[in-house]
Design a binder for this molecule. Structure first.
Ligand code: AR6
Length: 187
């Protein structure tokens, strides 16, 4: 789904800026892709491993200079050999049963990633379903939080005008579609 906007990018953003796809995020040529990283920022399994493999060794060399990242925060790097020009690395919460501030920390990952993208003047951004793999966050709980945080952010002015929820399974995509529909957005 796409949306129309003023050519100068100054149009207020809105829900129509969101889309849901099933894809390998490393193949996307959005201005930035978001990485579901760990606190070291030095790579790992899942989408993190795939992004580091596709970006090449320059990415981990660059990440070594950053000194890590706290849960709920985000860091911007170049995309190196990726089709995306940038990577925004964010550290999602490990699921501990729901009583360890996991919801707020997950929402913060989306918010902080969007904030960095706006700060860098980027227009398009793709998210994986942060924390819902190795970190064990229930996907049916994560999708509405992700969609809510993104829609909330898009309600304010900024450079990002296109957000892609890049799901790795149809089940995950269905959850994001449902969450968008719950906000009255046909998806
Ligand atoms: N493209 C899009 N989504 C993907 C891809 C891909 N290529 N590969 C996996 N996913 P996970 P987490 C989906 O485990 O739960 C790493 O070791 C996956 O199906 O990658 O935040 C880090 O270093 C799931 O829906 O991230 C951390 O230690 C989603 O991406 C830890 O895993 C997130 O799954 C972070 O765990």
């Amino acid at each position: 789904m796409s949306r129309s906007m003023a050519p100068d990018g100054a149009a207020p953003r809105g829900p129509a800026a969101c889309e849901v796809i099933v894809a390998d995020i490393t193949r996307l040529a959005t201005d930035a892709i978001v990485n579901a990283a760990n606190a070291s920022l030095l790579g790992g399994g899942g989408v993190d491993g795939a992004i580091h493999r596709a970006a090449g060794p320059e990415l981990v060399a660059h990440c070594r200079t950053l000194g890590g990242c706290l849960t709920g925060e985000a860091r911007l790097t170049p995309g190196f050999r990726l089709p995306a020009r940038h990577v925004i690395h964010t550290v999602g919460p490990v699921w501990r049963g729901g009583g360890a501030d996991e919801d707020a920390l997950l929402a913060s990952c989306y918010r902080e990633s969007l904030r960095l993208a706006d700060e860098a003047g980027l227009a398009s951004l793709a998210f994986p379903a942060i924390s819902t793999g190795i970190y064990g966050f229930p996907p049916e709980r994560a999708a509405p939080l992700a969609v809510g945080a993104v829609l909330d952010h898009l309600g304010r002015p900024g450079s990002v005008t296109r957000v892609v929820f890049c799901c790795f399974s149809q089940g995950s995509a269905d959850l994001h579609h449902d969450a968008l529909r719950a906000h009255g957005i046909p998806a």
